[in-house]
Write a protein that binds this ligand. Sequence first.
Ligand SMILES: CC(C)(COP(=O)(O)OP(=O)(O)OC[C@H]1O[C@@H](n2cnc3c(N)ncnc32)[C@H](O)[C@@H]1OP(=O)(O)O)[C@@H](O)C(=O)NCCC(=O)NCCS
Length: 367
Amino acid sequence: MVYAHITGWGCAVPEKILTNADLEKMVDTSDAWIVERSGIRERRIAGEGESSATLGVRAAWRALEVAGVRPAEIDLIICATSSPEHIFPATACIIQDKLGASRAGAFDLSAACSGFIYAVHMAAQAIRSGALKTVLVVGAETLSRLTDWSDRNTCILFGDGAGAFVLQASRQPGGVLSAVLRADGSGADLLTVPAGGSRHPATLETVKAGMHYIHMDGREVFRFATRVMGSATQEAVAQAGLDLADVRWIVPHQANIRIIEAAARFLKLPLDRFIVNLERYGNTSTASIPLAVCEAVADGRIQPGDRLVLVGFGAGLTWGALVAEWSGPLAVQRRVRPGMYRLWAGLRSFLRRLARFFEGLVWGRKA
Ligand SMILES: CC(C)(COP(=O)(O)OP(=O)(O)OC[C@H]1O[C@@H](n2cnc3c(N)ncnc32)[C@H](O)[C@@H]1OP(=O)(O)O)[C@@H](O)C(=O)NCCC(=O)NCCS
């Protein structure tokens, strides 16, 4: 029997902080309103030169360092993102190149804010089936680039950041124990970036109408989220053959403190069993759960042997929950120094481009 363990974790956020006081100068809102209705006090915003891929790569290096995994040992990279670098190629491929993960397949997974849970489940399934040994899952976002900074309904909520897990095969019981994934596309229009895809290709008109920004029916999304968070948690815990009392921590998607409080009431659990950091980062979509996990591991709240529920929801509509036993790095560990591999990855990428250039010349002469 093979188990899929989370053996590495890392996160990265931009330096720039946007506070509620800053937002008061941009739209008709107030710190008091934002804190009361969402719990958010500040969020991080990507600077020039930062993007979903650069944040994802930073988080990935940290996760590889913790796991003691070399880039060439990664079999697959899944990047869950709602703010990819491009429609294509996949952000995961850009991350693959920057890591020099020479043996890895790479693809993006689009399940909005539930994407990290979907991706960890896919990674765990591939490992448990015996097909793959080491999978890197990244949740990376620069939602600030899709935000209409004149729309007070949405601009107060979102932030930028990235988180990453390394999952590895082991014969030792533990790791990802169960998962529940769900979707309801009848609510697709409740949270959407309407233009820029094949349905509404980007035109001057779509840009003028702001259709390349996030559009959201906040009240409906709120109602949906409060309905699914608790029930998905219960289902995933039951599927793992456990009881809520066997679970140490619930790590919810960090969208709104009121949604988390509603889930706590539904599950009859005190709020201190939930890991919450949304007051400092806002809703970072696919990055929110790994960001919360990383902080809780760093400050010692999450300990090896703890059972966690990761639970989230998002556009689609999608939602899901996953139960995992926190293992920490595998016993056999190597020291991996990202600096050296970063240099090698840069050189490798340059040499491949050069090789393609010369191949092109030779091909041109033959043709
Ligand atoms: C967006 C959200 C915080 C709004 O809170 P709410 O309590 O539902 O507020 P409402 O939408 O009922 O709006 C109440 C009033 O505040 C106003 N308002 C909205 N945003 C405001 C802001 N930033 N500052 C001040 N007032 C605001 C509204 O215009 C509305 O005014 P009206 O009654 O005159 O129309 C909340 O609905 C929410 O978090 N929804 C889920 C969003 C989410 O999680 N999305 C991501 C999913 S992954």
